[in-house]
Design a protein around this ligand. Structure first.
Ligand code: MYA
Length: 630
């Protein structure tokens, strides 16, 4: 698992994260031991992230309350003007059934997308794009997600990851050279990271680029798999190992570097389109590089910085998936509601039955929470936040699982009709399956969220450790910490969100606040109990991540609903129902997850899971006998 694991295990002296960015996890098990002298200790870089902070049991509300909304009037107007043609493209030109059947998008449809500017939504207008910000992009993604996820992947792989690195890290020359091409010249872009032996473990790629003797080129060799747009792209962001020199020590070692690679550089070939379960019309292919000569000007983001470039491209685009899938869910809910309000069984419309009502309500809760997350993150990004990585990862995990659930329930409500191809839901279900796998599998992202949050909390414990060594100079901090713990013990104090939400949501806000309190205490107790070994406790880390997802979703819906109430929007009463119901259920799940961490009734099952899994693997299949014993 994560390289940070091995790093921590190697560094046996490391007690608590040295700084918020280091991969050294926290352990307060040995709070009183002196840290190794050689380490240079930096203060914990404060994070504005709501999620990182609630790992400490603290509310950092600046990105969540009030609900951020940064579109100017002009930006709203521009967006409204674009929504209409994009919607008309989907109603009049695009045919998702045909795309799925042919596993292709015909030229006329692609041309129409190019004409719309759909391939360059966020490229500045002076370089040929639409110049949209993240929030405007998210709103357009919703329309795409509601209509055709396969087309969404084609345009998403192009701009959300394919050339996003050029937007984020490109030099002026790189931007001027490449962005007009990928915006207006029908040149497709792709993001080439994954390799046959390197999926979730992105840092282990083997493709290699070697500097030419004259220092003018890199020569790239390697192969990439499952590259979206891989068969079409003429411009690719490619990641490869290169020899890099540590500026501090002068030591040479392999580090990943990102490159802008043109197919025309030579030695670039691709395999046939993969035959997939869903998103069939999007092109997915292997891409091979054989002695591809890349000019050094095409290094993107600096030699040796490629891993960070890759991670930040992915971090930057993830909210788009949440936005898109909130649109997909809305479309599924529409189909389910239309059916439920027309279909009569046992003498009544099926919408009148509790079994259907519960389904529709839960579907709406998931859609509401996903949409609230997506636009909270996009607004924070537009507002200049740099602390959105955990939130973006959560939005991807939550959106992809919610959309799967919502589509599945829509099919259930439509019954046999839902299973038929013509209804369009079976295609959506197939399309949706990959969203839990790609762009960071949900399992990996859960660990990323849990470990990063713990690391942040641990870094703060480290500060406390330092303060304890010099109490006279740190009275303020120590007093705050001691009182916090004393109040907690007495069952008073703790997190209070009542001032942040509309008074009508006070009870729901209390549930969120209590969940944060319990969560913070749990994280601290885990650091004390496991120290650095927490990284090995994946059963527990999953519970933490699940609670983190639920708590963030609670914050998002409470904040959004409070804004809706404040603005006096027509949907305020409906949204209150959604926010209250979400918080009730989410807080219950947090309580359960907490039990799964601490309570022996639950934790004893983990070694059982381990043994069952070992048995299955050693039997290479089901390890129990057949009841007939034949
Ligand atoms: S593209 C392929 C997607 N692949 C992945 O996402 C790979 C998943 N793996 C990872 O994310 C990483 O390897 C993990 C790190 C998380 C496992 N942000 O030692 P480390 C820093 C910023 O922990 P590892 C695809 O699917 C870290 O702080 N920094 O690393 C396309 C440390 O820095 P320092 C990060 O153990 C699908 C350093 O890196 C992050 O290797 C097409 C090393 O850390 C981070 N997240 O594990 C989709 N993580 O050294 C189409 C680590 O300074 C798109 N670091 O301490 C369509 C979209 C639009 C949708 C539209 C539809 C309609």
């Amino acid at each position: 698992m994560f390289r940070l694991t091995s790093q921590i295990l190697r560094n046996q002296n490391c007690l608590i994260a040295i700084n918020a960015n280091s991969r050294c996890l926290a352990s307060s098990a040995k709070l009183n031991e002196a840290p190794p002298k050689a380490k240079v200790e930096k203060a914990v870089a404060p994070s504005q992230s709501f999620v990182a902070n609630f790992f400490r049991g603290k509310v950092e509300s600046s990105q969540v309350f009030p609900y951020p909304y940064n579109l100017t009037e002009e930006e709203s107007e521009t967006l409204s003007m674009v929504i209409d043609p994009v919607s008309r493209f989907f109603s009049d030109i695009n045919d998702p059934f045909k795309n799925d059947d042919s596993a292709d998008i015909d030229q006329k449809t692609l041309d129409a997308l190019w004409e719309l500017g759909a391939f360059a939504i966020q490229v500045p207008t002076e370089l040929g794009g639409m110049g949209a910000n993240n929030t405007q992009y998210g709103r357009l993604c919703q329309i795409v997600g509601a209509n055709d996820l396969g087309v969404g992947i084609c345009i998403g792989a192009h701009q959300s990851i394919g050339f996003k690195g050029i937007l984020l890290y490109g030099t002026d020359e790189q931007k001027k050279k490449y962005l007009p091409k990928v915006s207006t010249e029908k040149v497709y872009a792709a993001f080439a990271l994954t390799e046959p032996s390197s999926g979730s473990d992105a840092a282990s790629i083997r493709s290699r680029a070697v500097l030419s003797p004259d220092g003018k080129h890199y020569i790239l060799n390697g192969s990439k798999i499952w590259i979206s747009n891989g068969g079409w792209a003429n411009v690719m962001t490619v990641f490869a190992q290169t020899e890099a020199t540590d500026p501090k020590t002068g030591e040479k070692k392999d580090k990943i570097t990102a490159f802008i690679v043109e197919r025309g550089f030579g030695g670039v070939t691709n395999g046939p389109p993969e035959k997939k379960m869903g998103i069939k019309c999007s092109n997915t292919a292997e891409v091979y590089f054989e002695d591809t000569k890349i000019p050094i000007e095409n290094v993107l983001g600096g030699v040796g910085n490629g891993f960070k470039v890759a991670m930040n491209i992915l971090n930057n685009g993830r909210f788009g998936m949440a936005a898109s899938l909130s649109g997909t869910m809305a479309a599924c809910i529409q189909k389910a509601a239309e059916h439920a309000s027309q279909r009569v069984q046992f003498g009544k419309k099926i919408e009148e039955y509790g079994a259907i009502q519960e389904k529709l309500a839960r579907m709406a809760l998931h859609q509401y929470a996903t949409e609230s997350m997506a636009f909270m993150i996009s607004s924070n990004m537009d507002g200049g936040s740099k602390d959105y990585h955990l939130e973006a990862a959560i939005s991807k995990v939550f959106a992809s699982e919610s959309a799967w659930y919502v589509c599945d329930e829509a099919i259930q409500i439509l019954g046999g009709m839902g299973y038929m191809k013509n209804t369009g839901l079976e295609r959506v279900l197939r399309d949706l399956r990959i969203f839990r796998i790609f762009e960071g599998s949900n399992d990996i992202l859960r660990l990323f969220v849990a470990l990063s949050g713990i690391q942040y909390a641990g870094a703060h414990l480290k500060e406390l450790q330092k303060a304890l060594k010099n109490p006279a100079n740190n009275l303020g901090l120590l007093f705050k910490e001691v009182s916090k713990r004393a109040y907690r013990k007495a069952g008073i104090g703790g997190v209070d969100l009542s001032g942040q939400v509309d008074p009508s949501l006070a009870d729901a806000a209390k549930l969120c606040a209590q969940s944060i309190d319990i969560f913070g205490q749990t994280v601290e107790s885990l650091l004390v109990k496991y120290g650095k070994n927490i990284i090995e406790q994946q059963f527990i880390l999953k519970c933490l991540a699940d609670s983190a997802i639920d708590i963030y979703a609670m914050g998002c819906v409470l904040s959004r609903c409070s804004r809706t109430i404040k603005l006096g929007l027509d949907s305020a009463e409906h949204e209150k129902l959604l926010a209250k119901a979400w918080c009730t259920e989410a807080a219950e799940r947090c309580t359960l997850n907490n039990k799964k961490i601490h309570d022996a009734r639950y934790t004893t099952i983990y070694p059982q899971y381990t043994q069952i899994s070992k048995n299955i693997c050693s039997a290479q299949g089901v390890a129990n006998s057949n009841p007939l014993n034949i």
